[in-house]
Unconditional design. Structure first.
Length: 201
């Protein structure tokens, strides 16, 4: 992982965070500054631009070998802040039941995944065993595999750790391969270092 403290991919991530107050402010500009329709259109384009930088910063970091530990931390934080802010604003403007429930589910999912990621880093075996125990006995491996695959995009290192606890060999190998590929795309140096020291199944 590159040691550069500041680079263009990291700047794009910071810009996504800085855009959040602007995203909020536009929707609350006085009516004589912007009509409601104009405010909605501008805020929509701010959100779209943020989504584009979300893809672009990761692409540039990998292509230019400018991935950093801080960038890996900050990128999902910026995503969650933007999404949570957008959902809160949406509920504030539209309180229909399905809108509120959707916002609760999405924000709840983000909080749960973040908590599981932290638990995985602290005690991956206990975390995976608990998740497996929550599922019917016939689908324990499927439960762990499904979570590991969903986790691979945001935290491939933890996904690999989870995948190693799958008892079915074919499912374990397939899930570890997918998580490992995601990890190599995000941080090839750390992934290679772990691979060299790991006792693979």
């Amino acid at each position: 992982m590159a040691s550069t403290p500041f680079n263009l991919p990291l700047l794009l991530t910071w810009l996504r965070i800085v855009a959040i107050p602007l995203f909020v402010a536009v929707l609350y500009f006085p009516a004589d500054w912007l009509s409601e329709r104009q405010a909605n259109v501008i805020s929509m384009w701010i959100f779209i631009a943020a989504a584009i930088t979300d893809w672009f910063d990761g692409y540039l970091a990998r292509r230019w070998n400018q991935t950093t530990s801080f960038g890996a931390f900050l990128d999902p934080v910026a995503d969650k802040l933007m999404v949570a802010t957008a959902l809160v604003l949406l509920v504030g403007h539209d309180t229909r039941t399905f809108i509120v429930i959707t916002a609760i589910v999405i924000i709840g999912r983000e909080i749960t995944v973040s908590a599981l990621r932290e638990w995985t880093r602290r005690d991956p075996t206990a975390a995976s065993e608990y998740l497996a125990a929550m599922a019917p006995s016939a689908s324990k491996d499927s439960a762990v595999s499904g979570f590991a695959r969903s986790l691979a995009r945001e935290d491939p290192e933890s996904a690999v750790i989870w995948a190693r606890t799958i008892t079915n060999e074919a499912s374990r190998v397939q899930t570890m391969t997918q998580a490992g590929q995601a990890w190599f795309r995000r941080d090839p140096t750390a992934a290679a270092t772990w691979l060299q020291g790991a006792q693979l199944p």
